[in-house]
Design a protein around this ligand. Sequence first.
Ligand code: SAH
Ligand code: SF4
Ligand code: F3S
Length: 492
Amino acid sequence: MTDNTKVEEFETLLAGIDENAAAPEMEPMRQYYFIKKARKWVKEQKERLGRPLTACTVTFGCQMNARDSEKLIGILEKIGYVITEDEHADFVIYNTCTVRENANTRVYGRLGALNCIKKKNPHMLIGLCGCMMQEPEVVEKLKKSYRFVDLIFGTHNIFKFAELIYTRLISDRMVIDIWKDTTQIVEELPVERKYPFKSGVNIMFGCNNFCSYCIVPYVRGRERSREPRDIIREIEKLVADGVVEVMLLGQNVNSYGKTLDNPVTFAELLRQVEEIKGLERIRFMTSHPKDLSDELIEVMRDSRKICPHFHLPLQSGSSRILRQMNRRYTKERYLELVEKLRASVPDISLTTDIIVGFPGETEEDFQETLDVVKKVRFDSAFTFIYSKRTGTPAAVMENQVPEDVVKDRFDRLLKEVQDISKERCARFEGQTVDVLVEEINDHDPSLVTGRMTSNLLVHFKGTKELIGKIVDVHLDTCKGFYYMGTLVNTEE
Ligand code: SAH
Ligand code: SF4
Ligand code: F3S
C-alpha cells in the first residue's frame, strides 16, 4: 500500500515522463524520472536472472529514521524490488544512527558480516545512509576500509534515493553524495508504511537546540518545519488509506512552525489535525521542556484524539548539569511542567530520557536525578550512559566521569526507574480501555497484541481480523510492563 501517491495516479504520472529526454530539474518529477529509468534496469536484470530482485532495509535509531526507511522502501518497491527482511538480498541498505558510539560500532560489525555475504554474491549492492554518514570521519573510514560499499548518502538528500540508485546502477564505482545541510523539503514521494493502520508523519526536520552532548543538530541540520497544509493533506490521505493513528515527528515538536513564513504554533497544528475526520489517535514525539507551552497543555486537555501520553526528556535532574547540557530549564521548572500536565490531563502517562555520567556529574548531581525520578514517578524511562560524540562541546569538557562510577549510577537509576514503572503500569488493572490492535502475538498465535492510549501493550485472545481496529479490552492482570486482557466488544 502506498500512502502518498495512489498507485494509478503514480503510474499515470510515470507514463507521462519521457525517460529518453534529459532529467527534469524540478522535484519530485526528477525522482519520478529516475524511478522510471531504474525500473527498466531492474526489469532487465529480472529477466536475465529469471527471478525477481530483492531489497532489504535495516533501520537503526529513532522514529525519524524509521519513517525515513519507509520512504526508502517506497522507492525501492516502485523501482521493482521485492522487499525482504533477509540480508542475503540483492540490495541491502543500512539506515544508520550515530547518537551514541555503540550505534556506530554495531554498524561496522554488521558491515563485516555483509561483506562475507557479498563475496558469495558479487552482484549484491550495499547502501549506507542516515545520520552516521553525515560525519566526515565515518565516510573517510568507509572509503578507505570498506570499499565493498556501493552507495553512501546522508540525511539531507534522502529524497534523491531513486537518482542515486540509478547513478550506481549505470556505473560500477562507489557513489557518495553527502550534503552539509539543506532548506529543501520534497513532498509527494512514494512511501511504504510498515503498519497499514498507523503512521509517523514528519512535521519538521533538524534541530537548533545544540544540547552540549548531542550530535543530532550536526547530522540532521537546521530546524525546518513543513507547511501545515502539506501535513494536513498527508494525514488526510493516510486516513483515506486506512490509518487511524498518527505520530507527529520532530526532534523538538514544541518549536514547530516558528521558522515558517506564516508562523504557526504546535498547539495550533494539533487543533487542525484533530479536525481530520476518521483519524482516531494523535501522538507526537519529541517535546523539549523549554518550549512546552500552556497553549499545548490546554489543547491536550480539550482534545478527544491526542493520547494521554507525554514523552518529556529530562536528561538530568541537576540544574547545574542541565545548564552545562545547554538544556535551558531547571529541575524546578521541569517539576512545574509535570504538575501542570498532571493537573490538566488526568491519568496522563509520562515517559522520559535520562543520561547518566555527563562530564562533571557528581554523586550529588546524580541524587538530584534520582530525586526527580522519585517525585515524578515516570511510567517508563529510557536511560543512557553518556557517550562522547566528537565535535560536540561536551566531548572536550574536563572531568569526564570514570566508567565504573557511571556504570554504578546507571544500575541504581535503572533499578529505581523499573520499580516505579512496574507500580505505575499496574494502575489500570481492572479497567476497560481502548486498544488499537497491532499484530498477532509473537509467542502465542491465539493472542493479539494491542496498544493502549498510554502506550502500554496488552495481549488478549483474538484473531487477525482485529488488526488495525480500536476495541475495548478489559485489563485482567498486569505482568510488570504489560497487561493480559479480555476483549469486551468490537466497535461495530
Ligand atoms: N530530540 C530529542 C532526543 C533525540 S536523541 C530530545 O531532545 O529529547 C534521544 C535521546 O538520546 C536523548 O533524549 C538523550 O537522552 C540521548 N542522547 C543524546 N545524545 C547522547 C549522548 N551523547 N550520550 C548518551 N545519550 C544521548
Ligand atoms: Fe539533541 Fe537536544 Fe536537539 Fe534533542 S533537542 S536532538 S537532545 S540537540
Ligand atoms: Fe540517531 Fe539520527 Fe535519530 S542520530 S537518534 S537516527 S536523528
